[in-house]
Write a protein that binds this ligand. Structure first.
Ligand code: AMP
Length: 293
């Protein structure tokens, strides 16, 4: 890891520059990789911090991957504050930012995709068809380019992290996956690049998502094992507010309790599980989860 404050981070824009950099990394040096879509916040910075503790060189990718966005999703309006991201990376002592031009990353006739079957059947996989195929494809391509020894992902996107971990195992990729706890605002709201879309009122309301999950976890800790009851506890705590002026109401996408091993719904919690939810505040879709036990 670099010296931190004031050291300029190396910004690479092309696949060939990245290859050249990687080829020049001395044999004994370990490389840690934090893939992101930018608009960096304290959650991303936690991944970067954990990475920096473990490895010699930290590389962060910033790429808003078109493959993982559905046709009606927020690809065009997704925030891209590159200079601010660069500054944050510099302050954190990141060695390299890989920020490819959108047009140069996939060839125009790109036709190869990576699918992890099964784990994408429920939760976000059900609501966002093709999303995880896009995620796996970009991350596999990035892994091939960066060849990291370790890669860092947030538990905030737990389905993504578990699917990618399965991809790494199934394809015998030679790297270690590190999963990092979710960073939250003092209100409990999980940090997300999409929180910037929310009004103050929506933000306050959205803090109820974590309250719901926490209340359900307490019930679990007090012996409640019935998923339907735990899900109703989450639902009851949720503040969706009143009808909005526009035609995109606040609404629950899903509240699910699934096994950690298969990410399939379970009726009675008799194994490690995930309580997960996705909610729309207007057009903004938020996700959160808690692992139990
Ligand atoms: P994104 O830029 O949203 O694709 O996220 C890049 C990485 O940061 C993913 O591994 C996310 O799971 C992780 N991440 C996003 N938000 C948080 C958070 N609040 N706490 C911890 N990790 C996060």
């Amino acid at each position: 890891m670099g010296e931190g404050l004031g050291v300029r981070v190396l910004v690479l824009r092309s696949l060939s520059d990245l290859r050249q950099w990687r080829d020049a990394v001395p044999h004994g040096k370990s490389v840690g990789f934090v893939p992101t879509m930018g608009a960096l916040h304290a959650g991303h910075m936690k991944l970067i911090e954990e990475c920096g503790k473990d490895v010699d060189l930290t590389i962060v990718s910033i790429f808003v991957n078109p493959l993982q966005f559905g046709p009606n999703e927020d690809l065009a309006r997704y925030p891209r504050p590159f200079e601010q991201d660069q500054k944050l990376c510099e302050q954190a002592g990141v060695d390299v930012i890989f920020a490819p031009e959108s047009s140069g990353f996939y060839s125009v006739d790109h036709a190869t995709y990576c699918d992890v079957e099964g784990l994408d059947r429920y939760l976000c996989g059900a609501s966002r068809p093709g999303h995880f195929r896009g995620v796996c494809t970009v991350v596999l391509k990035l892994f091939n380019l960066v060849q990291p020894h370790r890669a860092y992902f947030g538990k905030k996107d737990i389905q993504q992290a578990l699917i990618l971990r399965k991809m790494v195992a199934d394809l015998s990729l030679n790297l270690e996956m590190v999963l990092v706890d979710t960073v939250r605002e003092p209100s409990g709201l999980a940090l997300s690049s999409r929180n910037g879309y929310l009004s103050d009122e929506d933000k306050q309301r959205a803090a109820s998502l974590y309250r719901g999950l926490s209340t359900a976890r307490s019930a679990y800790q007090n012996g409640e094992r019935n998923s339907e009851i735990l899900k109703s506890i989450i639902r009851n705590e949720m503040d969706l507010g009143s009808v909005r002026a526009d035609d995109s109401p606040n609404r629950i996408d899903y509240i699910e309790i699934v096994s950690q091993s298969k990410l399939e719904p379970i009726i009675i919690i008799d194994q490690p599980a995930v309580m997960a939810l996705a909610v729309y505040y207007g057009k903004t879709r938020l996700i959160d989860n808690i692992l139990i036990p």
